[in-house]
Design a protein around this ligand. Sequence first.
Ligand code: ARG
Length: 464
Amino acid sequence: MAQLWGGRFTKQTDQMVYDFNASILFDRRLLPQDIRGSRAHATMLAKVGVITEEERDKILNGLDSILQDVTDGNLKITTEYEDVHSFVEANLIDRIGDAGKKLHTGRSRNDQVALDMRLYTRGEISAVEELLQSLMQTLQTLMEENLDTYMPGFTHLQKAQPVSFSHHIGAYMEMFKRDFSRLKDIYTRMNYCPLGAGALAGTTYPLDRDMTAELLGFAGPTLNSMDSVSDRDYLLEYLSALSVIMMHLSRFSEEIILWNSNEYGFIELDDAYSTGSSIMPQKKNPDIAELVRGKTGRVYGALTSMLTTMKGIPLAYNKDMQEDKEMSFDAMDTVKNCLALFTGMISTMKLNKERMAESAMMGFTNATDAADYLVKKGVPFRDAHGIIGRLVLYCIDKKTSIDALSLEELKDIDAHFEEDVYDAISLSTCVEARNTIGAPGHSAMKKVLEINRSYLNSLVIDPA
Ligand code: ARG
């Protein structure tokens, strides 16, 4: 047990207490952030004259060597230490002696861990921004290539009106654009530095908080020391944004699974992104999509867990807050994996365009257009709706579709039908006639594709 706080104690910590209390097994991933924060703190301490420049240089070199040794596998972060902060300090003192003991001047583990988590989360935000960017690029390509790939659009999972694959994918594009902008918002709000808040009430040392904030790439220092050490809003916001991303990926996965099924047959997932069955030789399963859908639950779980942990905590720091890590890390890892795999999965899948078009022709997806046709011939819409309803019933009975009926049959049902009806209710007309912005018609879609293209070209990833 290498602890930072033995002085006022007369007994050894009980081993179970030590284990229960320790966070090293999960906070060791904060090592790079801890070192980065400590470097900034030491640099600032020298600048304001709390330590000498010589001490600063020893500290900086010592910190760098610790990170290097861990990275190279020459130094292990073990349970001998309570947490990553104790690990770094103990090793620093080991390496450079008394100067190492000065690093913690004007600092508490409370503002230290607040900083580490913020730096870590900030890096995660920019990593997810990048993953979303490449997902959106993949979607944009799919959209550009499939303006003429017609498919049924659904409501209630019943065929409704025909759309294009490009248009359908465009819906997800909008979702991920919103996800990206949510991350940007969170980043802007969270990018303030808690270092210098001390345990809860600041310090008596003349710390230059503007300097450390700037060294660490923050917009400035946080403004209330009690809030600084006990604020995890940014993490809640991030977990919430991750939950929404997962909700989007999960809905998308559900569609991929349906489309890839024998019944739909709209797409075929690449072998590299599918798995087999141990008993049924014919099987090729969409496990990746299923796992993405399934893993959504644990990301929601992290959000719920974190909200629940925070709700009863009085100001300022309480040990409950150590619980901010395991589930959050898990959620962060999960989302990054899901985004990367999902992007690979959809960029390698094959589209069965004929099957999509066939499916769009069946199921009366042109019924609305047939009603609109009658409206253009002077029939009030409500009457037209009734006429087409009867027409659909007739077709169901005859096991055929509206466009397959002869003009005589159509005229028998309503005299307004003329030869031009076939063109008016053809699959391509049904899609292409819809050209208000946001609709699936070519000219509307082209405008959106252009907007998306310049959006993608101007995306800026926030620095980690
Ligand atoms: N391991 C702790 C955490 O993750 C670090 C802060 C400890 N602070 C304290 N006062 N015990 O929250």
